[in-house]
Design a protein around this ligand. Structure first.
Ligand code: ZN
Length: 511
């Protein structure tokens, strides 16, 4: 057996296997093979050709290659780890969404460069007689489009519209009464007459107010029965009139209450809240149904979130997070209620504070409201922009004693506060206030002068709200119908420690 291979001098040699010395060497591989062919034929043997590199050299080469590869890999890993090189992922596909307005409103023509549905999705303005209900991924409105949904080049969004059924307004079918309470304390009591149904939201501000409330509502509620009673939260200025005193029987004593809806939590352990709950439970023993706002949301205990009053009027208990979790502020437990008369809405939020209002906005699709009961008696901590910008109220009714020093000797923070006025003024100048404080100049504990409340009179008096046949809000107050910014109190000046100031200022960007 001969072997044809290259030697160290780069010559082609033919060598008998096992020998150290070549038989012959050649300049070219062809010559060497020709020689080997002949020689092996003559000697009746065979030959083979070895590649230019031997198996040992091959092994070496592989090792060198592997080392180089490892070095390159290490360098790349180092550069990647130190951020000197970055991996460029292939770009996500971007598409243009097509919006179909379905004949109402004006849909955006397109939104460019998106790979998921935008957050938030555009909201179309309601157009005459039609209400925008949201975007859907199909023409039959089976699948609602959600922000962040993946899209493809075929994605098209369809606007769903619902025809607004116009309600024939019978002007005597609904009236809402924001009551004067017979003293200079802030407090709420709102009486609603819807057809034959009587509703009372809160009974403040003091136990003796029960007589004032009764003297007013007995002319409207002639059957001695309040179909619905709502106690928003456990503060005295909202519940004491339900209880009354020995000489002033409470609302629970004077009326049969069919359904009582109240707060899910309270922090206070006040005697008045215990008395309220004990009298409430007595009503239940006598046949009343009692639901907390949480029951209404969860449909437990036989409760529901919506109560139909007449063919066209209902009310809903609105959702907010403090029906389920504790707040350090009792006010945030307030039961929130929306009264609906066809497409006309009236909002009552008790003394709900900023965090509660934000939750209310988050958890409900709040509509434009004809009337809003000014949050927390016109406090600076309620009626915030987040809420007002949703409900854009036409009329705001404030249950308080204007300019009373009950909670503060800082004039700006007396109800209705300057901050409240600044925020509400953007939406309406139709602001009404039940009661007005009389005062004398006194000195506070720091020796500074302040207007100390020493009596009260009617401001607008009890504010009565109805709608005319076209849905305009009509106010007929028991004292006068002067809007807040035109009242004598609002425009009066007061001199404290020798400095004259305006009682209130209507902001320059106000209505
Ligand atoms: Zn209150």
């Amino acid at each position: 057996m001969y072997v044809v291979k290259k030697n160290k001098q780069n010559k082609w040699i033919v060598i008998a296997e096992g020998n150290k010395r070549a038989s012959k060497s050649f300049e070219s591989k062809v010559e060497a093979i020709a020689y080997a062919t002949k020689k092996s034929k003559d000697e009746n043997t065979s030959f083979r050709v070895e590649d230019s590199l031997g198996s040992k050299s091959k092994k070496k080469l592989w090792i060198i290659l592997a080392i180089i590869l490892l070095i390159v890999l290490a360098v790349v890993l180092f550069l990647f780890a130190t951020g000197k090189i970055k991996i460029q992922l292939p770009k996500e596909e971007v598409y243009t969404i097509e919006f179909e307005d379905n004949g109402h409103g004006v849909a955006p023509t397109e939104i460019k460069e998106v790979n998921t549905l935008p957050d938030p999705l555009p909201i179309l303005e309601n157009v005459e007689g039609w209400e925008f209900k949201g975007w859907y991924l199909d023409e039959n409105f089976k699948t609602a489009a959600k922000p962040g949904d993946p899209i493809s080049k075929d994605t098209k969004l369809y606007a769903k519209w619902e025809e607004i059924k116009s309600t024939v307004i019978e002007t005597d079918e609904l009236s809402i009464h924001f009551l004067e309470l017979g003293n200079y304390y802030a407090g709420d009591s709102v009486y609603i007459k819807a057809g034959d149904i009587d509703i009372l939201i809160d009974a403040g501000s003091r136990a003796s107010s029960s007589t004032t409330i009764h003297n007013y509502i007995k002319d409207y509620c002639t059957d001695g029965k309040l179909e619905y009673v709502i106690a928003t939260h456990a503060h005295e200025d909202h519940i004491s009139g339900f209880v009354g005193t020995n000489s002033n029987p409470g609302i629970f004593d004077l009326y049969e209450c069919e359904v009582i809806i109240d707060y899910a939590f309270k922090n206070t352990s006040s005697q008045i809240s215990k008395n309220y709950e004990s009298k409430r439970d007595n009503e239940v023993t006598l046949g009343a149904k009692h639901y907390t706002a949480k029951d209404c949301m969860e449909g437990t205990n036989g409760a529901a979130s919506r109560f139909n009053l007449t063919d066209t009027i209902n009310f809903e208990i609105l959702n907010q997070k403090y029906y389920y979790e504790k707040s350090s502020d009792e006010n945030n437990y307030s039961v929130c209620m929306m009264l609906n008369y066809g497409n006309n809405h009236f909002l009552f939020t008790g003394d709900l504070e900023k965090e509660g209002e934000e939750s209310l906005v988050e958890k409900n699709d709040l509509p434009h409201c004809k009337v809003f009961k000014g949050g927390h008696h016109g406090s600076k901590t309620s009626s915030n922009e987040a809420l007002l910008s949703k409900i854009t109220p036409e009329v705001v009714c404030v249950c308080c004693c204007a300019g009373s020093s009950e909670y503060t000797d800082n004039v700006d923070n007396m109800f209705p506060t300057q901050d409240f006025i600044n925020r509400v003024a953007k939406y309406t100048n139709r602001v009404y206030v039940t009661t007005l404080a009389k005062y004398e100049i006194a000195k506070n504990k720091n020796g500074n002068e302040y207007p100390k409340v020493n009596g009260f009179e009617s401001m607008n008096g009890t504010i009565v709200v109805t709608l005319d046949s076209t849905g305009n809000v009509i106010t007929t107050c028991t004292n006068n119908d002067t809007i807040l910014k035109d009242t004598a109190w609002f425009n009066s000046s007061i001199t404290l420690d020798g400095v004259e100031r305006k009682m209130r200022i209507w902001p320059s960007d106000g209505k």
